[in-house]
Ligand binder design. Structure first.
Ligand code: ZN
Length: 52
């Protein structure tokens, strides 16, 4: 199963897709912090991940 996350912030086209959910969560948390100055909880990221 693939895990995908698309950033929904305005003017941001960040997207990450991987088979490993932990990898996606880590990359999204890092992206949110570095690009948007946002701290995302793991559960927030997990809720936003699309599983395909
Ligand atoms: Zn973003």
């Amino acid at each position: 199963m693939a895990h995908q996350f698309e950033c929904t912030q305005q003017d941001c086209d960040f997207m990450v897709r991987a088979n490993d959910e932990n990898e996606v969560v880590d990359m999204v948390q890092e992206h949110a912090r570095e690009k948007h100055g946002m701290a995302m909880d793991r559960s927030d990221v997990e809720n936003a991940i699309q599983r395909t």
